[in-house]
Design a protein around this ligand. Structure first.
Ligand SMILES: [Zn+2]
Ligand SMILES: [Zn+2]
Length: 257
């Protein structure tokens, strides 16, 4: 039996997944397409069902649908589902139909990912190695009220045991606001400019949009840098303090010892 398994070439599995996705992308449905101006009646319903068991009420023809993990979605919900780890869509109660928290956090994290790693690597001494760990977008619960939020984190663990954890987070109750954290400190909360414009009913030129997105990313990275610097300063102060005679005495007379 093991022989059969081994002789089965692995790529076959991927190809058939691709085939199934291609079949779904082209499959003919019977519903009118929800895309404005599209007259097709070959639509299939978006497969998204939120945590309150409400289904997305849109349907999409082959030209306007998205296929993620062998399921058909509208563009918005394809964004939500593809931000989450592959098995999450099955195991976590998904955000409300109109909630953008996980897709916003996933999108922003992708934009700043390389720069966050660069900032964290700077915290490493030349002589010490470390481990970089990326946590995918995940559901977390905030505060005593246990508000649902979606978080993406970057972690650095050095051989000396030092740890840094940077994360960005969007709560479902305020799904237009990106929160920047280093450790447990919140360093900034920002509404992305493109969301602010949409709220205000404004439209901006393509150049202005590019420029604003750049500034937005820059602001997040600056907040992260501030947080990392503060952590380093606290660590330095503590290691200096640990070397002073006064503290040594205090340690020696600690009744807990
Ligand atoms: Zn269509
Ligand atoms: Zn949908």
């Amino acid at each position: 039996m093991p022989l059969f398994r081994r002789s089965k070439p692995a790529p076959v599995v991927d190809t058939s997944a691709e085939d199934r996705a291609a079949e779904l992308a082209a499959r003919q449905g019977t519903l009118p397409c929800s895309e404005s101006g599209c007259g097709a009646t070959t639509g299939i319903a978006c497969d998204y069902v939120d945590r309150r068991d409400r289904a997305c009420r849109t349907a999409w023809c082959p030209a306007h649908r998205m296929v993620v993990d062998e399921r058909i979605f509208c563009r918005r919900h394809a964004g939500v589902v593809s931000s989450l780890p592959a098995d999450a869509a099955q195991s976590i109660p998904l955000p409300d139909l109109e909630n953008r928290a996980p897709s916003l956090v996933g999108w922003v994290a992708r934009q700043i990912d390389a720069d966050v790693w660069r900032l964290m690597l700077r915290e490493l001494d030349a002589a010490t190695g470390g481990q970089l760990i990326a946590d995918p977008v995940a559901l977390v619960f905030i505060g005593v009220e246990r508000h649902r939020a979606w978080e993406r984190a970057w972690k650095l663990v050095t051989h000396a045991g030092e740890k840094h954890r940077v994360s960005i987070l969007v709560t479902e109750s305020r799904d237009a606001e990106v929160e920047v954290k280093v450790g447990s400190n919140v360093l900034d909360r920002v509404v992305p400019p493109w969301i602010q414009h949409r709220r205000d009913g404004e439209s901006v030129s393509a150049e202005q949009d590019v420029e604003e997105r750049k500034l937005f990313n820059h602001r997040l990275l600056e907040a992260i840098q501030r947080g990392l610097t503060r952590e380093r300063e606290i660590a330095d102060t503590m290691s200096r303090a640990a070397g002073t005679p006064v503290l040594r005495v205090a340690e020696e007379t600690d009744p807990g010892r």
